[in-house]
Design a protein. Structure first.
Length: 130
């Protein structure tokens, strides 16, 4: 008389538990990595916005007067260093009503911004009529 087994064997239950455990482990690891990279991306976006804000603040200021400046912006501590690289007097001829007419001074500045453990270097030019 053959036995009619309708249940699961111990090995089948163990294999299914292992598969379930690996699936849960994989999903939790992926979610943890997602949160880590999302936070990292948010910090980098905040740094980028802070650097753009600092550069926009410099638009109206006389760069010859600023050599070193530090402060806080968007919860980041920053250090700003400005070096005047070169200045040259130029003469430009304009035709009609457009163009620079006469003498002007062009200056090149190197701006180094240290913020959030990163260093950003950019260059700006300024024109001044003489």
């Amino acid at each position: 008389m053959p036995l009619n087994n309708k249940g699961f064997t111990l090995i089948e239950v163990l294999v299914s538990v292992v598969i379930l455990f690996l699936s849960i482990l994989s999903v939790s690891f992926t979610f943890k990595e997602y949160i880590y990279y999302k936070n990292r991306q948010q910090k980098n976006e905040d740094l980028y916005i802070s650097v753009i804000s600092l550069v926009n603040k410099l638009e109206g200021e006389d760069l010859n007067k600023i050599v070193f400046k530090e402060g806080k912006i968007n919860s980041f501590h920053y250090v700003l260093k400005i070096d005047k690289i070169d200045s040259a007097r130029k003469w430009s001829y304009g035709f009609g009503s457009s163009g620079n007419k006469g003498k002007f001074l062009i200056s090149l500045y190197k701006i180094v911004i240290e913020i959030g453990g990163k260093k950003f270097t950019l260059y700006k030019t300024r024109f001044k009529s003489l």
